[in-house]
Write a protein that binds this ligand. Sequence first.
Ligand code: ADP
Ligand code: MG
Length: 878
Amino acid sequence: MTQKEDWNYSTQELLQKFDVTEQGLNNVRVEETRRQTGENILQEGKKKSTLEVFLGQFCDLLVVILIIAAIISMFSGNVESTIVILLVLIMNAVLGTVQHIKAQRSLESLKQLSAPNAKVIRNGVKQEIPSREIVPGDIVMLEAGDMIVADGRILHNYSLQVNESSLTGESTNVEKTDMVIEGKAALADRVNMVYSGSLVTYGRAQVLVTGTGMKTELGKIAGLMNAAKERKTPLQESLDKFSGRLAMLIMIICAVVFGLCIYRKMTILDSLLFAVALAVAAIPEALGSIVTIVQAFGTQKMAKENAIIKDLKAVESLGCVSVICSDKTGTLTQNKMTVQQIYIDGKVYEPKELDITDQTQRYLLYDAVLTNDSSIVEGKGIGDPTEYALLEMFRNIQVESSKFFGSAGIYEDILRKSMDRMEEVPFDSDRKLMSTKYSLHGVPTILTKGAVDVLLDRCTSVRYTDGIRPMTESEKEKIRRQNRIFSENGLRVLSFAYKESDEPLSVDTEYNFIFLGLISMVDPPRPESVEAVADAKKAGIRPVMITGDHKITAVAIAKRIGIFEDGNIALTGAELDALTDAELDDRITKISVYARVSPENKIRIVEAWQRKGNIVSMTGDGVNDAPALKKADIGVAMGITGTEVSKDAAAMILSDDNFATIIKAVANGRNVYRNIKNAILFLLSGNTAGVFSVLYTSIMGLPVPFAPVHLLFINLLTDSLPALAIGMEPADERLLDEKPRDPKTGIMTRDFIMTMIAEGVLIAVVTMTAYHIGIAGNPAKASTMAFATLTMARLFHGFNCRSKESIFEIGLGSNKYSLYAFAAGVCLLALVIFVPFLHSVFSVENLSATAIAQIIGLSFIPTVIIQLVKLCRNKKGE
Ligand code: ADP
Ligand code: MG
């Protein structure tokens, strides 16, 4: 007999097999099972071992050049140099490895922050838990927008539709069932099962988990896949390219210098020493790790400020964002809905005035409470704020209702328990309706609520206290007028209708209703939205509001927040559909508000802005928003109200759902990029100084000014510290004064290279001056003087590279790290110069007090000049 598969069992048999009831597992069983099956996670291929990471650090052309330099030093009899270079290489690799592991960890912690949750029933109580805690036997509740995080068998199905494209490659939705399937079935045909990695696009279901972690179908595929390749960000890639080109350039220059020395009849060994010094001076050993650290630091900071970066690329592109398309409800507004006024029976009521003994009003209340999936638990709303606002309204009219129900006040629970929901069609933001079917007073009745403009046209009559009247054009006009009055005040309006009917409920039967009334609610703007919108505009970023809400409501709120200005246009989704792409391109820059949009409209909006060369950020929370989030340059999902599907598609998640957080993240993104650019300028201009010094001496036929140890000491120790400090430069207000960066221009612009060379030349000039002073007095000291001057000048230079502005404007103390870095660098240099024991290791000589004074004086000169230039340039700019 063949073994019975999970889909062959009846649900009762399967529950028995897993020894669980529909009340779910208890904690003891959960613990027990977890000990046997482990956590519900996918082992990601094989991770690189620490040793592999360590060895990987040596697979770098620049490192290879250094190794060659070490070998040459050895042959030149300079064994100490060789040892130091090798030690430095090992230390560098250790640092690189630690770096790599740290960055990995920081990424993983970000991944944890954005890991999906699942709703389960345990001990008979519905609760939300992290998906990794799910075990076989758990009862999971699925609803539209959820990501399925384990394999399972459907126990109860309510029109569940699932997208299983990640498993089957089939992109259409699959309708599920809770029936038994006989015999063998291919994965795609097991319609009573759901599989980890698929998305719920519609409906609800209760599922018994049959497999978790690597035992899921997805796990079986994941097991076959190799380790996911570590993806590099565009910046890292362009730096890789840069260092490749740099290595080539260095080798060419080294060859030229070598040839020059030979031509001057130097010994081969001396010529080689020049080439080695040049190579070591030019290679920015610390650059790669510094970029990684600064990026990791930046994402951690953003996470603390509620913006969780899922895709490291986003850190860079954030600084280029020029358009932010934001949802209104919950992102620009608070999503704290409160019912304001009710329109029923041709009159406007305050919520407290409603009377449940009046049959018309009672039907409205039934509709509001029963066609509603939210609940209030211990004073807190669960579910859709629009819906629990209706429950709160209901609770407030209980004085009268207590008479009706013969108890001291009623909660919606009592009403819900006494009625049985027979069928339902859930809300979705395309249809903008939700319907349920109940048996009211023994008559099957369909209750519907939704957007006024959608529902009104589906009503054929209106209910008044004194009877039902046909829906004439003048009746419609009365309702529309009231809707307009509510909307102009920025209120969100829901309309309610019903019909007595026992036809099966589906999207095709949501017609021929009897209109009941309107309920309006406020959703005040977030106080910080106004300022954030102003900041965005100042920063050259265009904020655009996108909402499913009514156009008049949307414009009223957009005006209050500052998004809608005079001369701007508001468009509805239907109006957008009527435009051709060319017409849309003509208008796009004027349109600040899109109302009554469907998720498909969002894609067109993104594309239109992108055609104009903009970097677009788009927010979204629903299941259908995923394509638009992927299409946008930066898709932003809502951490609190967002579906797992939208979070999966986004590059960034807002853990507070707040528009202002996007602006903060943009500022942080700009800051990270600016700091990286400044740190690179610092490192490269310092190296340029070293290269020019070596070139100068080789052309002048003077002895080599630096031993490789000197240059490694600077590049790896005294230069890394200020570079890191520059990377930690805090974000300031000026960051939002500039226009967004053009993503096409990289870091190495003409300006950048000119500055790098100019600053490098300045430092080289003072270094060589010190060298000449040394050679004139005591030739043996020349090299030490040059080394100390170069080190000090570069330490001072750290302050120059903190900002485009002069240090007087940004203040010396505004970045404490830069002061610590300077102090630490000076201490390190002092150790090398003053501790006799280190002299031979670092090839330095004793220096006189005069020499030290000369070094300090000379090394300060470039900084004075650079600061003066910055000051003048700024004066001119004003
Ligand atoms: P947004 O989130 O941008 O406000 P939605 O798609 O949530 O847009 O809502 C669009 C419209 O659908 C609302 O204006 C309202 O009329 C209606 N609506 C919103 N939520 C519900 C719901 N839970 N049930 C029925 N209709 C709703
Ligand atoms: Mg909504």
